[in-house]
Design a protein around this ligand. Sequence first.
Ligand code: GAL
Length: 349
Amino acid sequence: MPARILLVLVSCALSVVIGLVIARGGAGVTAARQRPLIGLSMDTLKEERWQVDRDLFTAKAQAAGADVLVQCANSNDATQLQDVESLITQKVDALVIIPHNGAAMAKAVNLAHQAGIPVLSYDRLITGCEVDLYLTFDNIRVGELQAKFLTDRIPAGGKLRLVRIYGAKTDNNAKLFKQGQDNVLQPLIAAGKVEVIFEDWAEDWKPESAKKITNAAITKNGPNFDAVLASNDGTAGGAIQALTEEGLAGKVIVTGQDADLAACQRIAQGTQAMTVYKPIESIATKEAELALKLAQRKPVVAKDSIPNGKMDVPMVLLDIIPVTKENLRETVVKDGFHKEADVFQPNQP
Ligand code: GAL
């Protein structure tokens, strides 16, 4: 490889590393403290996965020699800002934020930086500010897998009539999931093989909001549709409640995401067709590693980046696994994410 290109590549890599360290300055772990203190500001604990995220991250960070302070904002932006302010006051060495509203948390990041505290945007992107690092799963691929599962089942010579339930408009991930779904659907919609008969965004990812959307779709079109493209398991559960009331559960194909226990049980029973498993064990491990490095002002390597409207945020991207009835045992059970008995015989003592 010509020396000049090698030089450019090395200096780029160095800039990512050095850039991160210098940007925050500050001494890192405050002198008085033996163990780094990491602040975790969460949007919600409403979905099962966030409880798992919290517990696994806390355990792994503690095992790696850090202490963790956790705050949960229950989907309220003002509360989440107060949570971050209180963590800053407690002089955390690094902050991990799971934003309820990616744009609203830009202010929180700016406050943290004024205090010399680096910020890791976890799972969901914080937009419109200079955030230090973003760790997440491949959200666009989540949407592509969900849509492809449905388009692989378009009846021969037929058409797929679809209800689409997007996530919370405040969540940048909901837009990335939709983008992935659109990547697969658009050409087939143009070819007349897919028809979207109803679509809407589920406020705060609430199952009850997804149920209302499905009820509205049935009121408008009757039972004349083949599938519900639900963006996560919570909204899938809400849609399936509406379908059950109409005797359509198991007849209409429903997608999901997160591999919640309830969703895996529905997949085993046949009322939900698929979900996307996001191994929380792997992302929580990475989260602890990266948060600790930020707290100790150690270099962090991020191979990818994503524009957030203010900058290209260094990004660490983890992979995901599609789950159906056929591979429940080889995925979520084998990983110990759920017990076989809980998934397949939920009501057995
Ligand atoms: C998304 C997250 C999903 C899902 C949803 C609802 O941001 O990536 O896993 O849980 O929030 O909380």
